[in-house]
Design a protein around this ligand. Structure first.
Ligand code: NAD
Ligand code: ZN
Length: 274
């Protein structure tokens, strides 16, 4: 009799030396961070052509400062309030055990890091970093600073001048060269950070098993990662409650929520390995 996909996936993961994970917004859904697409998602309320690009945000800043503050505040607080769920924790555990080589993520939240993953390749940047536009210097921020910004942006009625002051405080001059800074997050139309992209391509081409969790596979070039792994002979395992354009490529499709499926998968991998 054919084994269930979950048992087959557990056996593949338990026997490989080359596991890499590729994650998207869906892995953080059970932590309370809504995916941007989907009905009621962030892009429904804040259209991406206006809020997903730096140029659009600047235009909104002039016309509707309150909305820009609301958008930034919502992203910050939802990421800060969220806790890693069993899917983030299982990946971190596999990293500690030497099973997992890397996590390539499209997420800008910090849940992989907070779960304890040190080998996270961030394709779309991170909310906890600023980048100097002039010299490229990157500065990590701590959670106290991020909470402070969220508070500065949460004024009931924030006018253009107050928002400008809050943003100047957030994007203070580069301590290295005095240049202008921006959040180290990839907006629509931005290039991916080239070092992370190279690292991700390499990890995908060298992996034996790629575990794809919670991504719609619609955002390019990130969505090329599963294809790269497949072309190099890797096995694709996908976890998602709904089929995606990547599902026909997958060797094993595990239908369900990331936290629930990963908890069971981790349990089965442990019982095979002991
Ligand atoms: P997406 O919003 O395009 O797709 C999310 C996918 O997750 C869908 O396929 C959905 O079926 C699936 N999903 C929903 N709930 C799930 C669950 N509980 N378990 C597993 N899967 C679930 O996300 P994307 O492909 O990552 O692309 C969106 C882009 O927006 C990303 O590139 C990212 O930069 C950004 N984003 C980041 C965050 C975050 O940092 N947490 C959140 C939203 C969007
Ligand atoms: Zn600088």
């Amino acid at each position: 009799m054919e084994r269930k996909p979950l048992a087959e996936a557990a056996s593949q993961i338990a026997s490989t030396q080359g596991l890499v994970a590729f994650t998207g917004a869906g892995i953080s859904e059970e932590s309370g961070i809504a995916s941007f697409r989907g009905r009621g998602g962030l892009w429904d309320r804040y259209p991406p052509e206006r809020f997903g690009t730096l140029r659009g945000l600047m235009a909104e800043f002039l016309l509707r400062p309150q909305r820009v503050a609301g958008f930034l505040q919502e992203i910050l607080t939802s990421c800060l309030e969220a806790e890693p769920n069993p899917a983030h924790l299982a990946l971190a555990q596999w990293e500690t055990e030497g099973v997992l080589r890397a996590v390539i993520t499209q997420n800008i939240d910090i849940l992989h890091e907070r779960a304890g993953c040190n080998k996270t390749i961030k394709l779309h940047g991170s909310i906890d970093r600023l980048r100097c536009v002039d010299c490229g210097f990157k500065q990590d921020l701590d959670e106290t600073q991020l909470w402070g910004w969220a508070r500065d942006l949460s004024l009931e009625r924030i006018g253009r001048r107050q928002l400008w002051r809050a943003l100047q405080k957030i994007l203070s001059a580069c301590p290295y060269c005095g240049g202008r800074r921006r959040p180290d997050v990839v907006f629509f139309g931005d290039l991916l950070p080239q070092d992370a992209w190279m690292e991700a391509q390499q990890a995908a081409s060298l992996c034996q098993v790629l575990l794809v969790i919670g991504t719609s596979g619609l955002v390019y070039p990130a969505a090329d990662i599963p294809m790269l792994a497949k072309k190099a002979g890797g096995i694709l395992i996908e976890i998602n409650p709904e089929p995606t354009p990547l599902t026909p490529l997958a060797d094993l499709y595990l239908e369900g929520k990331a936290g629930e499926v990963m908890q069971e998968l981790a349990r089965q991998v442990t019982s095979i390995r002991h």
